[in-house]
Write a protein that binds this ligand. Structure first.
Ligand SMILES: *Cc1c(COP(=O)(O)O)cnc(C)c1O
Length: 485
């Protein structure tokens, strides 16, 4: 037969694509360099939303036009977490080197699960560096995953499968003689409950223990709940402590949780998605010492290591338990001692995902670029900025601090003596929306003890002290515009 023409997705004109690629890099650098002068956020016009709702293109469009569409319809309406005054939720900024590393990682495009190739060794080295950052033992195991939620469910799966002698992995939860019960606090991130639902425990098996006025888990209530559950014939199996709660940055009493876990033979997991890395800040390291003794730890690198999305890490103290929870070797994934199928243990033996990108590279290049000490100083800087913001709030008669400052989260609101709670909520909601809509800053909000509050969470490597002054000044200005004081 006649050979049909060969098709490919590579560019017809490599020089043209190369020039376009250079243009993209230049545009990104212009964007980063001028980010402080730009609005943090802008509303998306209807016409843009319509454009982003068109059906699939049937026909080809020149690469330059595709990029022009990106520049017109996508690039200008960014979320804003690259901006120095982005403080919503808990979202990292990323770094230029991290972005370039992601580009290189995509360019090499190794599926980083199995085989003898460099990405496997970089991934292993980064996991080892993660253990070193957290002072976990060298024999511990770990895996890089997409983020804190995945890191938590990965750890809780190991906890569940290592429970008792019932072989839960093989026989399922029905093999356990009673309901397994997990303990966390009312301030614990929602992904823990979701994880408990997905691994078959069910949300009713999650005991949400109360907190004190610092939003830290009440240890007495925890212990009496464990005893109650034991008396009921249930099977307590895991305590989840949080290092840096999502609402206020609170740190659960980790040493005490560790002691209770040991006393009752429970798995001690720490959700440090946000705040485990505060361990690098000397102001917090002693309070976070118990991280080193946890059975498992989840933490994000796209938050406080400032690398671009997405990457989180799970560390497991007992590497055998970790492997026993996930290892499986189908015929099509046999390992050899030589060749492309040789090399390190498959990463799939330590988690659910099989195909994995080369997300280790952005961490590897970032840690090499700056070194551990610089990161420690950056994290300490964010914590100091939060404390500075709190001091501004406390020194201002129209502002009220809504929670003790822990780590880099500051909760405050504007107050006015003649306004009741619901009017204060409306006032502060309006302040928040105008801050965002005027493109000045992006805090978010939460409810603490029933009261609406602005919430400033700072894992931003571009923030300066002066941004805290600007934030306070603008909150007060907008507040006074809404309600003439
Ligand atoms: C962010 C966060 C999570 C979830 O992590 P993702 O990376 O968003 O999946 C879980 N727990 C805490 C305490 C967090 O701050």
């Amino acid at each position: 037969m006649n050979k049909p023409q060969d098709l490919t997705l590579d560019p017809e004109n490599w020089d043209q694509m190369r020039a376009l690629g250079h243009q993209m890099i230049d545009d990104l650098f212009d964007y980063w360099q001028s980010i402080r002068e730009q609005k943090i956020w802008r509303p998306i016009p209807e016409e843009v939303k319509d454009f982003l709702n068109l059906p699939i293109p049937e026909n080809a469009q020149p690469a330059e036009e595709v990029y022009a569409d990106f520049k017109n319809y996508v690039f200008p309406y960014n979320k804003g977490n690259v901006h120095p005054r982005f403080f919503a939720w808990i979202q990292g900024t990323g770094t230029p080197m991290g972005v370039l590393a992601d580009l290189l990682a995509s360019g090499m495009n190794p599926n980083t699960t199995i085989g003898e190739h460099s990405a496997m060794y970089v991934d292993r080295q980064v996991v080892n560096w993660c253990k070193q950052l957290m002072n976990f033992p060298a024999e511990a195991s770990g895996i890089l995953v997409s983020g804190g939620s995945m890191a938590n469910i990965t750890a809780l799966t190991v906890a569940r499968n290592s429970f008792g002698e019932e072989k839960i992995r093989q026989r399922g939860l029905k093999a356990a003689s009673a309901q397994l019960v997990l303990y966390c606090s009312v301030e614990t991130h929602s992904c823990i409950q979701k994880a408990a639902e997905i691994i078959g425990l069910g949300s009713e098996a999650v005991r949400k223990i109360g907190v004190d006025d610092q939003f830290q888990m009440d240890v007495l209530e925890l212990e009496s709940q464990i005893q109650d559950d034991l008396n009921q014939g249930l099977l307590p199996f895991c305590v989840v402590g949080t290092s840096g709660t999502v609402n206020t940055g609170a740190i659960d009493p980790l040493e005490e949780l560790l002691a209770i876990s040991k006393k009752y033979g429970l798995w001690f997991h720490i959700d440090g998605a946000y705040g485990a890395l505060a361990k690098l800040d000397p102001a917090y390291s002693s309070r976070l010492k118990a991280i080193e003794s946890a059975d498992s730890l989840a933490f994000d690198l796209h938050k406080w290591l400032y690398v671009p999305y997405e990457v989180g890490c799970t560390l497991i103290r007992d590497a055998d338990k970790h492997r026993e929870a996930f290892a499986i070797t189908p015929n099509y994934l046999l390992q050899e001692s030589r060749g492309l199928s040789g090399g390190l243990d498959s990463i799939n033996n330590y988690g659910f995902e099989l195909s994995r990108g080369f997300k280790a590279l952005k961490i590897w290049m970032s840690l090499k670029e700056h070194g551990r000490e610089k990161y420690a100083n950056m994290i300490a800087q964010n914590n100091q900025q939060a404390a500075y913001l709190a001091s501004l709030v406390e020194g201002h008669p129209d502002l009220e601090l809504m929670a003790p400052v822990s780590m880099s989260i500051t909760c405050f609101r504007m107050i006015k003596p003649d306004l009741d709670e619901s009017q204060l909520k409306e006032l502060n909601r309006e302040i928040l929306l105008r801050l965002q809509e005027e493109g000045i800053a992006s805090p978010s909000s939460t409810i603490l003890n029933g009261k609406y509050t602005l919430r400033i969470a700072n894992v931003n490597q571009r923030t300066r002290m002066e941004d805290m002054d600007i934030l306070v000044r603008e909150v007060v200005r907008i507040g006074k515009e809404i309600h003439s004081f």
